[in-house]
Design a protein around this ligand. Sequence first.
Ligand SMILES: Nc1ncnc2c1ncn2[C@@H]1O[C@H](COP(=O)(O)OP(=O)(O)OP(=O)(O)O)[C@@H](O)[C@H]1O
Ligand SMILES: [Mg+2]
Length: 159
Amino acid sequence: MEIKLISKKKENTLALGKIIASFAFKGEVIILSGDLGAGKTTLTKGIGKELGVKEEINSPTFNILKCYFSSRLPLYHIDAYRLEDIPRENKNIGLEEVIEGDGVAIIEWPKFIEEFINYDDVLDIVIKINENNEREFTIYSKNGKFLDLFNKLKKEYKL
Ligand SMILES: Nc1ncnc2c1ncn2[C@@H]1O[C@H](COP(=O)(O)OP(=O)(O)OP(=O)(O)O)[C@@H](O)[C@H]1O
Ligand SMILES: [Mg+2]
């Protein structure tokens, strides 16, 4: 399943996050790719808000992993940006427990922790900034658990 949609402003990305979160399930993994400033953390904020996270979600670049337990499902927000040059054996900072764990894991810069990701299971989101400074989202998954979400998105965005 794959869909493409445009987000013209931050608020649209937050609203997309809200829809994604309304289909959240235990063990869900969402990977977010795209350049610096593409909107990965903004989407995560939208998802977190809908899940009921009370704290402010911000970029965890200096933390790598942030855990939120105030939501209806735990939210694990991973920013792997700083793990690029770290050897594999030093990368596992508890990632195995939180990816496909008891909550929802959202991973920014998944390419730097590929060895921890089952690509067949994830919701794979790629964000591109186009010439009008809009965000082009490509949302892809092989996992049937996301079928209802895809149907909802098709309806909502008239795709
Ligand atoms: N349609 C849009 N969707 C999301 N963000 C947008 C949009 N248009 C403009 N922006 C702006 O782009 C920026 C996106 O920043 P954000 O922190 O979400 O990016 P990021 O992909 O997480 O970057 P990084 O790789 O540095 O973590 C914000 O300043 C936001 O206001
Ligand atoms: Mg970010």
